[in-house]
Design a protein around this ligand. Structure first.
Ligand SMILES: Nc1ncnc2c1ncn2[C@@H]1O[C@H](COP(=O)(O)OP(=O)(O)OP(=O)(O)O)[C@@H](O)[C@H]1O
Length: 403
């Protein structure tokens, strides 16, 4: 309850100077001071925290799981996804995690995930700054960032199962259970010493078998087990401290791919899942109206990449732009592949288009067009896309992005 009030306080713009002392919390024996709220999602809050001993800064994602085991499993799926691709220069990894029970309602849990802190914010923040300052991304710099996101996706789309004989699932599971058991023992000993904490009571729980691990069962080490991110958008691409390296984050939507849709009920379940996890203006058409007999694959991310690149050039998703322009529904625009660059609208002059931020080169526009094919098979796969982007980068004039 105390922590729910704290979340509310921060989300209303509360500041720490109003508190007599900064709130603290513990993640597996490490103490952190909560400095401020960085962002929030449906059931989660992300805080900037400081390690009280090392004074290092981190982002702490706090996921509320009010609906018992099912919502905890979902949050732990996200935890597992953070370690799956680690280390990768363009994919976020988690540093630690813990599960806490709320004292006032033991069935309600909170999952804490400790992440590296990216002080430069995300691609959406850069888009917003461009809109406010009437500036645009230097094209080469943008394409280098875009290439980094493509490389992150290549790792997900072409993931190879890790581990020795018995497969990653078996090896990983055994290792995790041992680690979690050791941690739980340490936690119990500490809890006995440490009474009177105001924050939620910490309590380590073993990770459960879930979608990510299960999907690797029976796949031999070294063999492919593809995953789709399913929520590619500018807000999910953080910018590393060097200003050039994109970091793909928010792996809560990650799912094994391909998914053959064999029944109507499965089609509806996948559609509902997409509505929950994939942001509408960036969501692929095949996820709006999932057809029985179809297959949902990694090409959903290629569509979202096209929307993301367009948003970097124009300021919003192509389908938000089109539905604002026509007053039509966003989903109909997506399903009909109805979008265009602002200067392709007959009534707008080149000057107006430039003001709207669409002065992109033809080569870059062509990348958007290729990704935004309504038919998934007509979109390039991630390898083909990387090839196209690398070629485009070579042909663009230098804008200092290599410095
Ligand atoms: N590691 C980080 N460093 C800095 N800021 C972060 C970090 N992680 C998240 N944030 C901030 O918090 C916001 C919400 O994070 P995140 O997308 O993980 O939450 P979410 O609940 O999954 O959101 P969504 O509803 O978009 O899926 C981000 O847009 C970003 O501004």
């Amino acid at each position: 309850m105390a922590s729910a009030l704290l979340d509310l306080f921060y989300s209303m713009g509360g500041c720490l100077s109003c508190f007599p002392s900064s709130p603290q919390l513990k993640i597996n024996s490490r103490s952190f001071k909560i400095l401020r709220l960085l962002g929030e999602g449906g059931f989660s809050y992300v805080y900037l925290v400081e390690d009280t001993s090392s004074h290092e800064l981190y982002a702490l994602k706090k996921i509320r799981c009010p609906f018992g085991q099912e919502s905890v499993s979902l949050a732990l799926k996200e935890v597992e996804a953070y370690s799956l691709f680690s280390p990768h220069p363009n994919i976020i990894h988690s540093i630690d995690h813990s599960v806490a029970s709320d004292r006032s309602d033991p069935s309600a849990k909170t999952v804490y995930i400790l992440l590296p802190y990216y002080r430069r914010g995300n691609l959406q923040d850069m888009i917003n700054a461009n809109l406010v300052n009437h500036t645009q991304f230097p094209e080469k710099r943008l394409m280098v960032l875009f290439l980094g996101v493509c490389k992150a996706l290549k790792t997900m789309h072409q993931y190879k199962v890790k581990g020795g004989p018995g497969g990653a699932a078996a090896v990983g599971k055994a290792q995790r259970v041992r680690e979690e058991a050791a941690r739980a023992d340490a936690q119990a000993a500490e809890a006995a010493r440490d009474a009177g904490r105001d924050e939620d009571e910490e309590e380590e729980q073993p990770l459960m078998e879930d979608e990510i691990t299960r999907s690797q069962d029976g796949v031999a080490p070294g063999k492919a087990r593809a995953y789709a991110h399913r929520d590619i958008k500018p807000g999910n691409v953080m910018i590393a401290d060097d200003g050039k390296t994109p970091i793909l984050m928010d792996l809560g939507s990650l799912a094994p791919a391909p998914t053959p849709i064999t029944s109507r009920s499965q089609a509806l379940a996948v559609q509902d899942q997409a509505a929950e996890h994939s942001t509408m203006p960036y969501r692929a058409p095949e996820l709006f109206d999932v057809k029985t007999g179809s297959t949902i694959d990694t090409q959903v991310d290629i569509w979202s990449l096209g929307c993301t690149l367009y948003a970097c050039l124009v300021g919003k998703s192509p389908f938000e732009a089109r539905s604002d322009e026509t007053g039509g529904s966003l989903s109909l625009c997506v399903l009909g592949g109805d979008w265009r660059f602002p200067d392709e609208a007959p009534q707008r002059g080149k000057q107006k288009a430039r003001e709207e931020g669409s002065g992109a080169s033809e080569a870059v526009r062509e990348i958007v067009r290729k990704c935004l094919k309504v038919e998934p098979a007509e979109r390039p796969d991630v390898d083909e896309l990387i090839g196209i982007v690398e070629k485009v980068i070579k042909g663009l004039p230098d804008d200092g992005s290599d410095d």
